[in-house]
Design a protein around this ligand. Structure first.
Ligand code: ATP
Length: 251
């Protein structure tokens, strides 16, 4: 199944009435979320509010209990949609890197294009080296992930996701597992990426970053979106008591 034509104004992510339960625990209670091409948004909110679950529904790592989720023109609630096809358009970076430990850095970056895009090894190697250069790790191409710092591993994970040339990138707390001194180097890579026109959704606890880099901030609590808007509006003049309380704890 191919992606439908996405017009310039159509949202590339369109979530309507998304509900998700784990057993009797309803974690998402009717989420509406629309993201336009090139928009960079952050999902913020207290621990357990459902931020990662939304992100996982955008890549069908979780199936919604009800509601619709359209991403890159695909209806993810349609069982006939080939998820591998969807994931060519949607890259994801996780908190814990998920690199293959028995492969070198460059092999990690080359793997998906060779296997799923049928790219030649030479071509994939060239692309991988360019991506590693972009994240400042060309000299680590032949190292194993175990020889890298957390920040370096995460930059490799970003390069690996970019190797599929996705139009959408999802970041699930990409810096939460890092030592504080490594957070900046990863945020810098994400910051540069945000300026390239790629659509990005970031679950983050880095409020300063969300404020500076994102076009829109979406605040969630208890499985619902409580407030959203431009960062200066959301951080500068929070309307809901829940957001005020949250910001008073994290800022
Ligand atoms: N696979 C699962 N099985 C059962 N419960 C789950 C599962 N995944 C998430 N949950 C529950 O759903 C709720 C929301 O989790 P989620 O990870 O989406 O929150 P979050 O806002 O991203 O939190 P944090 O900021 O701590 O990562 C939590 O109560 C969590 O325990």
């Amino acid at each position: 199944m191919s992606a439908q034509t996405v017009t310039e104004t159509a949202p590339v992510i369109d979530v309507v009435g998304l509900r998700k339960s784990f057993g009797s625990n309803e974690v998402l209670k009717g989420i509406d979320l629309s993201v336009n091409a090139g928009e960079v948004i952050s999902l913020i909110g207290p621990s357990g509010s459902g931020k990662s679950t939304i992100l996982r529904c955008l890549n069908r790592l979780e199936d919604p209990t009800s509601g619709t989720v359209r991403v890159a023109g695909f209806d993810l609630t349609d069982p006939k949609v080939d998820i591998n096809e969807v994931r060519r358009h949607v890259g994801m970076v996780f908190q814990h890197f998920n690199l293959f430990p028995n492969m070198s850095v460059i092999e990690n970056v080359m793997l998906a294009p060779v296997e799923t895009k049928k790219r030649s090894k030479d071509e994939a190697r060239k692309q991988a080296l360019a991506l590693l250069e972009r994240v400042g790790l060309k000299e680590k191409a032949d190292a194993r992930p175990s020889q890298l710092s957390g920040g370096q591993k995460q930059r490799v994970a970003i390069a690996r996701a970019l190797a599929m040339e996705p139009g959408i990138m999802l970041f699930d707390e990409a810096t939460s597992a890092l030592d504080p001194e490594m957070v900046g180097e990863v945020l810098e890579v994400i910051r540069e990426l945000a300026q390239t026109g790629i659509t990005m959704v970031l679950v983050t606890h880095e409020m300063g970053f969300a404020r500076e880099v994102c076009d829109r901030v979406v605040f969630m609590a208890d499985g619902v979106v409580c407030e959203e808007g431009a960062p200066e509006q959301v951080f500068g003049n929070p309307q809901t008591p829940r957001l005020q309380e949250f910001l008073s704890k994290v800022l």
